[in-house]
Design a protein around this ligand. Structure first.
Ligand SMILES: *Cc1c(COP(=O)(O)O)cnc(C)c1O
Length: 377
């Protein structure tokens, strides 16, 4: 990672994440630590209240990471043992792992060839008497086709869960990611749009009882959050959010919208510059669809000769990655998946993430654009 970091345009500059506001971060960490605020102190409450305000309501529960947010969400959603949960093959393995460890069976399905999000038709086809829920993944910070999914779920009386790890602040029909289904899970892994300096996550829900249970479960099943468990009513675990991370996140939430605006500006520049490249398939433009607001956790392009493009960009000093290593969920045959999903296979083989984060300078964006254009010239 460190050698790639010294590229003129690193895919992600981990050190810049801290350097951006190093003084403020140092102050927050030392103030919080000096107060003895390490586990479930005021910073966690402040962050949760901030997240609820940002989401326009609901209940937010800070947890250890995005995967645990999904695991606790599923554990409190009445999933029957062995129940099938349908999810997109173009998604991170974490959602499937949470389903597995909640006692269910993940069933990956096809993605839409337009934007790589879960295909409602594929969901409908995968429903069986054993289906216990649908997990939508808002890949790249773009909300999935929720009207269609909620319609299907309603007809089959299935709960909908949201892996919103990439989508804090993304909206569809002016409703934010995480507030469509039973609950939404967010990740604050450092390279996420809202990144901590370590692991952190949150679950959001409109269901007060579910929030109360997740809150207890994250802390060994204890009712009152801040005491040693003396009243375990159900099985819990340690999935607490770190108080120091919460303090950082509460601060970062204050200017999160500016960071997203910068991402959308970069996406618009990429979109304008690449519009004429016939052999490069682009994500949907940031403008155009009323009520939709994509936050561009990633800028994911697709083309034939993906690996050649990647090598070309690296030679020009531009770092890229293939999302999830270029592997779709169902390709993990060792985990027992046996689905045949040609659209997801094709997507995984052709997709590439260009540099996309609010720390990129205009010069770095131009350099990336120039190198991509040169490849296709
Ligand atoms: C990052 C991510 C996760 C996992 O989040 P962690 O906080 O690392 O557990 C889950 N799903 C998606 C789509 C992600 O991008």
């Amino acid at each position: 990672m460190s050698s790639r970091e010294s590229l003129p345009v690193p895919f992600f500059d981990w050190r810049a994440l801290w350097a951006e506001r190093a003084d403020a971060y140092s102050r927050i960490l030392s103030d919080t630590a000096a107060m003895g605020g390490f586990i479930l102190q005021g910073a966690v409450d402040a962050f949760e209240v901030g997240l609820e305000a940002y989401q326009g309501g609901g209940h937010a529960v800070g947890v250890s990471n995005g995967t645990d947010a999904m695991l606790l969400g599923l554990r409190t959603s009445g999933l029957r043992p062995g129940a099938e949960v349908i999810l997109p093959a173009h998604g991170f393995i974490a959602a499937a792992q949470a389903i597995h460890f909640a006692g269910g069976r993940p069933v990956p399905v096809e993605c839409s060839p337009e934007d790589g999000l879960i295909s409602p038709e594929a969901v409908e086809r995968a429903i069986t008497p054993a289906t216990g829920g649908i997990m939508v993944v808002h890949v790249n910070g773009r909300v999935g086709p929720m009207a269609e999914i909620l319609e299907i779920a309603g007809r089959h009386r299935l709960p909908v869960f949201e892996d919103a790890a990439q989508a804090l602040g993304a909206r569809l029909y002016d409703r934010p990611a995480g507030r469509f289904g039973a609950w939404g899970a967010f990740s604050f892994y450092p390279s996420k749009t809202l990144g901590a300096f370590g692991d952190a996550g949150a679950l959001v829900t409109d269901d007060e009882d579910l929030a109360r249970r997740v809150r207890a479960m994250r802390n060994h099943g204890s009712g009152p959050d801040k005491t040693i468990p003396a009243d375990c009513a159900e099985w819990g675990t340690n999935a607490r959010i770190d108080n120091l991370q919460a303090a950082i996140l509460a601060y970062k939430l204050g200017w999160y919208d500016d960071a997203i605006a910068r991402r959308r500006e970069i996406a618009a520049r990429y979109h304008a510059a690449f519009a004429g490249l016939e052999r490069l398939e682009l994500p949907p433009s940031p403008e155009g669809e009323p009520g939709r607001f994509d936050i561009f956790q990633n800028y994911e392009v697709r083309c034939d000769r993906r690996d050649e493009l990647r090598a070309h960009l690296l030679a020009r000093g531009v770092g890229t990655i293939a999302q999830w290593g270029g592997v779709a969920l169902h390709q993990f045959r060792g985990l027992g998946f046996d689905q045949h999903l040609p659209l997801a296979d094709r997507w995984a083989a052709r997709s590439l993430l260009l540099p996309m984060n609010h720390l990129l300078s205009d010069g770095q964006v131009d350099r990336t654009i120039g190198a991509v254009a040169e490849f296709f010239a």
